[in-house]
Design a protein around this ligand. Structure first.
Ligand code: ZN
Length: 124
């Protein structure tokens, strides 16, 4: 594992804030919000596969939306900011990714709302 100092060197300020401090990038600003190439979305911190492009959809909320996961993702109850939400993290390195909601499309009915800053896209 890299130290916090090493991660700060390698990641952008936004990538560090999101993954290590559970931050949220401003909506409609992330580089994968309107990104629909074919490939894999890996964890920006550890490189673990998290999502595939076939499960990405245009959710219109300002962050990349996925209706299913393809990797090892941990779900944690998050009661910060006066809301009860489910936070999702990379199960390998505990990087914060975003949240999961129950308003996604069929067949899962769920929406992973993920920060672009926590993802590293690899073209197929
Ligand atoms: Zn990771």
């Amino acid at each position: 594992m890299e130290t916090a100092e090493e991660l700060k060197e390698r990641l952008t300020t936004m990538q560090y804030r999101v993954t290590q401090e559970s931050g949220t990038e401003p909506p409609f600003t992330g580089k994968y919000d309107k990104h629909f190439e074919e490939g894999n979305y890996n964890c920006i911190v550890c490189g673990t596969l998290l999502f595939k492009s076939e499960h990405k959809y245009e959710c219109g909320c300002g962050w990349p939306g996925f209706w299913d996961k393809d990797g090892d993702i941990k779900e944690i109850s998050d009661t910060s900011h006066g809301m009860t939400r489910t936070e999702v993290q990379c199960n390998n390195c505990n990087a914060h990714l975003g949240h999961v909601f129950n308003d996604g499309p069929e067949p899962t009915g769920i929406r992973y709302c993920i920060n672009s800053a926590s993802l590293d896209f690899k073209e197929k």
